[in-house]
Design a protein around this ligand. Structure first.
Ligand SMILES: Cc1ncc(COP(=O)(O)O)c(C=O)c1O
Length: 329
């Protein structure tokens, strides 16, 4: 018999492979159709509208284990659930729960699964009707939440190589960039795949106008002549929660006011520092873009300072940013 996927315990060199789904013997719980369910048992019909058309919105939320505090800290939980409400609104859905209720569900999920390590919560609001027909209106929606242990998504311990790709970031006129629409992730998948198959670790994606937008699933910052710059919402970015945090850290920790403006691809080549950021990516320094080294190819001083402040904040080590995290236990 032909199988499409290799067995889940087959050896692999792809770090993302470790984030594959629940094994049958796994007792991990998820929130599914209004109750706590074994992740291995949470299944939807192949006629589900969101499976057929990508009509779902999602959030990825990290939780960081702090060994010294014996505590798990859920990062920016309110901001993520506020954004899922916004994304859902754009797709004419309602998660069916308030932001507070969703935060409470995420915390209970992590408690029930008893993690003592870094992990990741995926919340999805999806068109749950079993229906053929391309549309957004007049369909039921549901919320689910699942969690998995999670390490680095892209390297943070060394600078990475990036390449601009031929694909363009979907414009807000095609699929709203500020909404985390499941179906729209085919666009970053094209970008990431092109970059990786061309030998780079991550993609830099341009807008239809040729301005720098973001990475495949990360916002981008550059440091040039002492100024910190990031593209604005007019560059079809996702309005990143990490991006907002970095702008705050730069201001309060380094006294650097971030300039929000469009960036040309060639400006990146002559930047002193570039880094990517996002829930998955965290803060990831960039060594080179299109085979031009950024600065000396190492981690620049602004990036290093921001990384250090960021990792202290997310692990609950800094009093000043205690409001970024919610203790789970
Ligand atoms: C396309 C895209 N851009 C940027 C980001 C970073 O956003 P955030 O910091 O809110 O995770 C993500 C991550 O989810 C993303 O998918």
């Amino acid at each position: 018999m032909l199988t499409q996927n290799p067995p889940q315990d087959s050896p692999t060199s792809d770090p993302h492979e470790s984030h594959k789904g629940a094994r049958p013997e796994d007792d991990t719980l998820c929130w599914f159709e209004g109750q706590w369910t074994r992740l291995a048992d949470a299944r939807v019909s192949i006629m589900t509208h969101s499976f057929l058309y990508g009509t779902a919105v999602f959030e990825g939320i990290r939780a960081y284990w702090n060994e010294e505090h014996e505590q798990l800290y859920l990062l920016k939980a309110r901001e993520h659930f506020e954004r899922i409400v916004e994304s859902a609104k754009i797709l004419m859905m309602d998660p069916g729960y308030s932001v507070d209720e969703m935060v409470a569900l995420a915390i209970e999920l992590l408690q029930r699964n008893g993690y003592r390590e870094d992990c990741y919560v995926r919340a999805t609001t999806y068109k749950s009707d079993e229906a053929i027909g391309v549309k957004l209106h007049g369909l039921e929606s549901k919320l689910n939440l699942l969690s998995i242990p999670f390490g680095d998504y892209i390297a943070t311990d060394r600078p990475i190589s990036c390449g601009t790709v031929s694909w363009r970031r979907t414009s807000d006129l095609s699929i709203p960039s500020r909404a985390k629409v499941v179906g729209s992730y085919v666009n970053p998948a094209f970008s990431k795949t092109e970059a990786v198959l061309n030998g780079y670790e991550e993609a830099i994606v341009l807008t239809h106008e040729g301005k720098v937008s973001e990475g495949s699933a990360e916002n981008l910052f550059m440091v040039r002549k002492g100024r910190l710059v990031t593209p604005g919402v007019d560059s079809d970015i996702l309005e990143g929660i990490t991006r907002a945090g970095i702008i705050e850290l730069a201001r309060s920790e380094l006294g650097l006011e971030c300039e929000v403006r469009s960036i040309d691809r060639s400006e990146l080549y002559v930047a002193d520092e570039v880094f990517l950021c996002g829930t998955g990516a965290q803060v990831s320094p960039v060594a080179s873009i299109d085979q031009r080294s950024i600065g000396d190819g190492g981690v620049g001083p602004v990036t290093a300072a921001i990384m250090s402040a960021y990792f202290d904040a997310v692990r609950g080590r800094s009093e000043a940013y205690r409001n970024w995290v919610t203790p789970v236990y």
